[in-house]
Design a protein around this ligand. Sequence first.
Ligand code: KG4
Ligand code: ZN
Length: 288
Amino acid sequence: KLMPLIEQVIAEAGAPELTGIAYTRGPGLVGALLVGASIAAGLGMSRNLPVLGVHHMEGHLLSPLLEDEAPAFPFVALLVSGGHTLLVQVEGVGRYRVLGESLDDAVGEAFDKAAKMLGLGYPGGPAIARLAENGTTDRFTFPRPMVDRPGLDFSFSGLKTYTLNCVQDLGEPNDQDRADVALAFQDAVVDTLTIKCRRALRETGSSRLVIAGGVSANMRLRQRLENMVHTERARLYVPALKLCTDNGAMIAYAGWQRLAAGERSGLDLTVRPRWPIDELARPPAAQA
Ligand code: KG4
Ligand code: ZN
């Protein structure tokens, strides 16, 4: 599938002159990572182009910089995807300090599991958001996990169990019941994320909040954060919807930032199924 896809993308982009190849080196499933790494290495060798392995979450993190109104460094970033929930202090490319993360399920994963309980398909996030549009406000109130504890970590497994119990108590939920649960679930998640983002802005003294990753496509989350940053006299930077969920542009952009600074990966095909984002280094030019 990958070779015809690459050919199609290059043709649609008007056959640009390539100066380097970026691929996703991790974190993720090792099989998928190896496919990308092998093809990148093969193309790099045959075309005599530099190759660089990119961190998937750095791709998400830098994706708002592709917008016309890009944030300046430093900023606080909320990264919310199917595999990760991270609050990161960002000083520049490769200069990341993790402020908080999920101790169990990622937010996107929680959306996907809650969706399954409600009989919805994958991806669960957009399905829950759509269902929640018909929900009745204040019928159910779900817990906001860990907001009354200090710190910037998250936990979503308790909310997941709460949701499951609620659905089971309803017996055979009708459409309205399911919409009400979806709304209560989404509100609890959005509230929790908003509270932690406000805390992160205050603790770092930052006036810029960036969100990225699949869950950042959630309209309710975008609205609530927009209101919050307004009262905090800060600004919210969001990627276009097509750049929120996984895409090649964000990997190309992160790779370009590093390749342009002279960074290269070897052709040894090492991938990193686990790869904490704060292990990333600054590109060489920035270090000089
Ligand atoms: O970043 P992403 O595309 O892939 C990963 O790196 O995991 O994120 C996928 C996650 C899925 O869990 C999906 O349910 C969630 O993002 N998602 C959403 C929305 N769109 C995608 N969650 C809530 N609301 C949305 N509109
Ligand atoms: Zn992703």
